[in-house]
Design a protein around this ligand. Structure first.
Ligand SMILES: [Zn+2]
Length: 203
């Protein structure tokens, strides 16, 4: 009896978590879609049970019966599974991920962190990204970093190690290897070559 009173006094309209619901969330079980929605306190986002986002921590999850309740509790709809409407097209989703990489290439980026911020499983994100852009997210990150590094080599006197660090590759030998693989010469050669071209132009 006291329990029942306590339940009815919950003012946030969230439902209680059951083993069945939790299982549906970790299995991304689409058969539970529209039966309930789940929100994650740490991200402030709510999803359909089928959303291919990484499994949240159980203690951070709140269950809602409908989207209105979740919105009222100040959760935002997930951009991936769009619980309030149409699903985000793959191309738009990939554009969001690309934008994130462009802004954060100097940070430590892994498939895991990208998947977390874009709200998809690493596997699904990797596949969709490749389908849309023709290269994998990791290849894209490398491309951005090497492009940046090329600019730094041309337009600054910064050391190779310093440049490597500022494009998110603190391991200098690895940076040099990758740079050579992608451009055909080492960073040092690239700088020398560019300076020669410069001098010829000035003559
Ligand atoms: Zn979602």
């Amino acid at each position: 009896m006291t329990n029942r009173i306590h339940d009815s006094l919950q003012d946030d309209h969230s439902e209680s978590m059951t083993d069945e619901k939790w299982q549906a969330i970790i299995d991304n079980d689409a058969t539970y879609n529209d039966q309930f929605f789940y929100a994650v306190k740490t991200t402030g986002i709510f999803c359909r049970p089928s959303c291919k986002s990484r499994a949240p921590k159980k203690e951070n999850v709140r269950i809602f019966q409908n989207t209105e309740q979740a919105l009222q509790a100040n959760f935002r709809p997930c951009k991936r599974c769009k619980p309030t409407g149409e699903r985000l097209p793959d191309s738009e989703w990939v554009a969001l991920i690309t934008e994130y990489i462009d802004k954060n290439y100097m940070e430590k980026l892994t498939l895991g962190t990208l998947a977390d911020t874009s709200h998809g499983s690493p596997y699904h994100m990797h596949r969709t990204f490749k389908k849309v852009k023709g290269i994998t997210p990791i290849e894209y990150i490398q491309q951005i970093r090497i492009n940046r590094a090329e600019k730094y080599l041309l337009h600054s006197d910064r050391t190779i190690a310093d440049i490597a660090m500022s494009v998110g590759m603190p391991n200098t030998p690895y940076f040099i290897t990758l740079f050579k693989k992608k451009t055909g010469h080492t960073p040092k050669e690239h700088r020398k070559l560019a300076n020669t071209v410069h001098k010829l132009e000035e003559m």
